[in-house]
Design a binder for this molecule. Structure first.
Ligand SMILES: [Zn+2]
Length: 270
């Protein structure tokens, strides 16, 4: 009867420990500092969309591009062909040391961003880089598995982890694409950081809390928009996982990867 044999000298210590039930406390429950004047932002969106289109660009499938925005510009990123997720990096245009901080953004807002949430910069700056002002997938909400879209859960697909998993080197990853794109504007791999995963549907499993993704609900015509809160450099990768319906490390057919469209609108000077 070895099962009954105590594993400690004191049998009392072998009793399963009981933990008292405690209610969750939202750590940062929408502090005033992260809230915005929605009417003013809706007007800013309206003014920008009625202004000039200063950039129209396609990020081809399985690649990344960068672009600049000045404070007040509105950027719209659109699913222009088929369901496709995108990975966004953002830097202060004049100081690339100040860049998007997905972890603090997640704490201040939520794991998935939508209209009127902001994208914050790293410490010690901690300033809004951009504010989300429109989201065609906002009605997706949080699904029965706890999944939602546009996450700031953390990171991007990268060649280093894919090689760790598969044993094979690759240059097909959002990290590699963003690295290649930022090198053209004088930055390096060290400047690529954790992303805002637009159009991607993610969450954590209820039983084991493992990170999951499911096929993006986005379709042709879906878009997100954000307004620049300072002059910005923005990078966008059209993920080689396509709509992310296949686990990372598994082969992804080329024909489920699509480009993304980028437009930047600037309000007319009064
Ligand atoms: Zn990716």
């Amino acid at each position: 009867m070895t099962e009954d044999r105590p594993t400690s000298l004191c049998p009392k210590l072998n009793k399963p420990r009981e933990f008292p039930k405690r209610s969750p406390i939202i750590c940062y429950d929408k502090p005033d500092a992260v809230m915005i004047d929605r009417t003013a932002y809706d007007k800013a969106r309206h003014d920008a969309l009625l202004g000039d289109v200063v950039l129209t660009m396609t990020v081809p499938k399985k690649s990344a591009k960068t672009w600049k925005m000045i404070k007040g510009d509105l950027c719209r990123i659109t699913v222009i062909e088929g369901s496709q997720v995108g990975d966004i990096n953002i830097w202060n245009l004049h100081n690339p040391k100040e860049r998007f901080y997905s972890g603090k953004t997640r704490q201040l807002h939520a794991a998935h961003l939508t209209t009127y949430d902001r994208l914050w910069s790293n410490l010690p700056y901690l300033r809004p880089l951009a504010t989300v002002i429109a989201d065609s997938l906002s009605r997706y909400g949080i699904d029965e598995d706890g999944g939602s879209v546009h996450d700031v859960i953390g990171t991007r697909c990268d060649n280093h982890t894919i090689e760790l998993i598969t044993g094979k080197p690759t240059n097909d990853s959002c990290h590699s694409y963003l690295t290649k794109a930022v090198e053209k504007v004088g930055l390096t791999e060290d400047d690529v950081h954790d992303v805002w995963n637009i159009f991607m549907c993610t969450g954590f499993t209820k039983d084991t809390h493992q990170y999951f993704c499911k096929a993006s609900p986005s379709r042709k015509g879906d878009y997100v928009e954000f307004i620049a809160e300072m002059d910005l450099l923005v990078g966008l990768s059209a993920c080689p996982q396509g709509d992310v319906s296949i686990a990372v490390g598994q082969p992804v057919p080329d024909n489920i990867c699509y480009p993304l469209g980028v437009e930047v609108f600037r309000r007319k000077e009064k």
